[in-house]
Design a protein around this ligand. Sequence first.
Ligand SMILES: Nc1ncnc2c1ncn2[C@@H]1O[C@H](COP(=O)(O)OP(=O)(O)OP(=O)(O)O)[C@@H](O)[C@H]1O
Length: 248
Amino acid sequence: MSKTIINVRHLCAGYNHNAIMEDLNFDIQSGEVFVILGGSGCGKSTVLKHMIGLVPPVSGQVFIHGEDITNARGKARKRLLAGIGVAFQNGALFGSMTVLENIMLPLMEFTDLPREAIEAIARVKLDLVDMGHALYLLPDELSGGMKKRAAIARAMALDPAILFLDEPSAGLDPLTSAELDRLILELAGALNITFVIVTHELESILTISDRVIMLGKKEKGIIAQGDPRKLKADPSNPYVYKFFNRNP
Ligand SMILES: Nc1ncnc2c1ncn2[C@@H]1O[C@H](COP(=O)(O)OP(=O)(O)OP(=O)(O)O)[C@@H](O)[C@H]1O
């Protein structure tokens, strides 16, 4: 039986005192591929930033493995951060470092392992995302899909139980995007990694996600949640139905 790995409680998402979302409550189960959806600018990335402890919320809490990441400080925060991986939209690889060095970076920062061990681990992570042939390339020499895969390898460097991905398919052609979806499913299946993903890509959502929440800008809250295939077939909310049945 799966267990809850993330609890979001009474989360008012936003910046300083301005709430974009109010009183969000949801749980994510271990091993799930969980997608956060919603119209442009409604606050999906902001919610993600609160979930990874990057931006403090207006109020409320996010518990990871039962520990509140929104209020964690010092060692507790470092431990929590070491247990999650994050890949942002633009990949954000360091341009002056090779792919291999980019993946080694979090291991250098968060572990005391010797350099050879760090390099060996980084190579394994790059193999997992099919990038074993690109170890010594610089980010500028990579295609869009390769950059995304390298960013995922870096996010996996410390063997996190949870990976947060912000718009992983942004800027990719449909074929490369489908490959990335396959990779996410493989990693979720083989390594039991929990994925929390912000994406607009309908094909992706229907292919990879076990469960979604859809945020409404006007409502400042969750307007739909559940299995995306069921939401696609349910006409009771015209806005949600239209989202899932739009032409690509
Ligand atoms: N650092 C910030 N300080 C203040 N407001 C911000 C900041 N970052 C984003 N916002 C605002 O918060 C709102 C939600 O932005 P956010 O990026 O979370 O939305 P989103 O749903 O992820 O959008 P998109 O789908 O377009 O990426 C927007 O109005 C945005 O302008």
